[in-house]
Design a protein around this ligand. Structure first.
Ligand SMILES: NC(=O)c1ccc[n+]([C@@H]2O[C@H](COP(=O)([O-])OP(=O)(O)OC[C@H]3O[C@@H](n4cnc5c(N)ncnc54)[C@H](OP(=O)(O)O)[C@@H]3O)[C@@H](O)[C@H]2O)c1
Length: 271
C-alpha cells in the first residue's frame, strides 16, 4: 500500500503514544481513522488531535471504547464499527502494556493480563477482521517490540507476549498472502510515551542500566517509520539505526549481544 488517501484505518491503542502518533499521521495522509482504547475520555481527547491533522472534508474520525483483552468486547465493538464505517484497509494493533519486574515478582495475574492484552488482543482483532479484510485485501501491522526478538532482563512476561506476536504474525503473513493482505510487525525501541513512563516505575536496576545506553525515540518518529514500513512492505519494521543493528547482531552474532547484556547486568548488580 503506497497511498492512504480515502483508506480506512483501525488502530487499537490509538488514544496514546505510538498509536496516537500513527493515527495523526494517517489522518495527515488523507485516511479515515477509527481508534480504540478502554478509556472513552482519553479517546475523545485523542480524536480531537487526530481530526486537526485531517486534510480533506470527506475523512471520518471516531474513537470507540474496546478492551482488546476481552473477546466479548472486541466482538461487540468491532461488529458495530464494521457496520458504521466499513471494512478497514489497514489494521494497526498497537494496544499494549509493560510492567518490567524480576521474574519472581511477576505474579500469575500480571502474566495473564500481559498475555491477554499484548497477544490475545491481536488474536482477537485479527480473527474477527480477517474474514472481512479477505474480500478486498489490505495491511495488518502488529506492534511487537525489540523485546519481540531479544529477551531483555526484567521483561519475562512482556518478551513472551511480544515473541508470540512475532511468531503469530510471520505465520499469518504466509497464510494471508493469497488474499492480498500483508502482515507486518513493528518493533520499536524505547519510545517516549506515557506507557514508557509507567514502565520506569517498576523497572529493575539491571533493566535501567541496559536501557540507559539506548536513545529514547519520539512516538512521531516511530509512526513515520511504521508508515514508511507499510509503503516498503518490510515484514520487520525496526525504527532507527540502533534497533536495526541490534536485530542484525542478535541474528548473526548473538554472542555480542550476550556480552553487552552481561556487562550491563554485572555493572548494575555491583552498585
Ligand atoms: N513506548 C515504548 O518504549 C515501546 C517500546 C516497544 C514497544 N512498545 C509497544 O508499543 C505499543 C504502544 O505503546 P505506547 O508506549 O505508545 O503505550 P501507551 O502510551 O501506554 O498507550 C497504550 C494504548 O493502548 C491502550 N490500551 C492498553 N490496554 C488496552 C486494552 N486492554 N484494550 C484496548 N486498549 C488498550 C491505551 O488506552 P487505555 O489505557 O485507555 O485502554 C492506550 O491507547 C504497545 O504495544 C507497546 O508494548 C512500546
Amino acid at each position: 500500500m503506497k497511498d492512504f488517501k480515502n483508506k480506512l484505518v483501525y488502530i487499537t491503542g490509538g488514544s496514546s503514544g505510538i498509536g496516537l502518533a500513527t493515527a495523526k499521521l494517517m489522518a495527515a495522509e488523507g485516511a479515515s481513522v477509527v481508534i480504540f482504547g478502554r478509556r472513552q475520555q482519553l479517546l475523545d481527547e485523542a480524536i480531537k488531535q487526530v481530526q486537526i491533522c485531517g486534510v480533506y472534508s470527506g475523512q471520518k474520525f471516531a474513537g470507540r471504547s474496546m478492551d482488546v483483552s476481552k473477546r466479548d468486547s472486541v466482538e461487540t465493538v468491532l461488529s458495530s464499527v464494521l457496520a458504521e464505517f466499513g471494512v478497514p484497509d489497514v489494521l494497526v494493533n498497537c494496544a499494549g502494556r509493560a510492567y518490567p519486574r524480576y521474574f519472581e515478582n511477576i505474579n500469575y495475574q500480571q502474566f495473564d493480563d500481559t498475555m491477554k492484552t499484548n497477544f490475545y488482543g491481536i488474536w482477537n482483532t485479527c480473527s474477527i477482521l480477517v474474514p472481512y479484510m479477505k474480500t478486498k485485501g489490505g495491511t495488518i501491522v502488529n506492534v511487537a517490540s525489540m523485546a519481540g526478538f531479544l529477551g531483555v532482563f526484567g521483561y519475562c512476561d512482556y518478551a513472551a507476549s511480544k515473541f508470540a506476536v512475532v511468531g503469530f504474525s510471520e505465520t499469518l503473513k504466509s497464510e494471508l498472502k493469497k488474499y492480498n493482505i500483508s502482515v507486518q510487525v513493528l518493533c520499536p525501541p524505547d519510545t517516549d510515551t506515557q506507557g514508557f513512563a509507567a514502565e520506569n516505575v517498576t523497572k529493575p536496576m539491571e533493566t535501567r542500566v541496559i536501557s540507559a545506553s539506548a536513545k529514547l525515540m519520539s512516538s512521531d518518529r516511530v509512526a513515520q517509520e511504521l508508515v514508511s514500513g507499510i509503503r516498503k512492505n518490510t515484514f520487520m519494521i525496526i525504527p532507527g539505526f540502533e534497533g536495526k543493528i541490534t536485530y542484525f547482531l542478535k541474528r548473526y552474532m548473538p554472542f555480542v549481544i550476550d556480552m553487552f547484556m552481561n556487562a550491563a547486568i554485572n555493572k548494575a548488580q555491583k552498585k
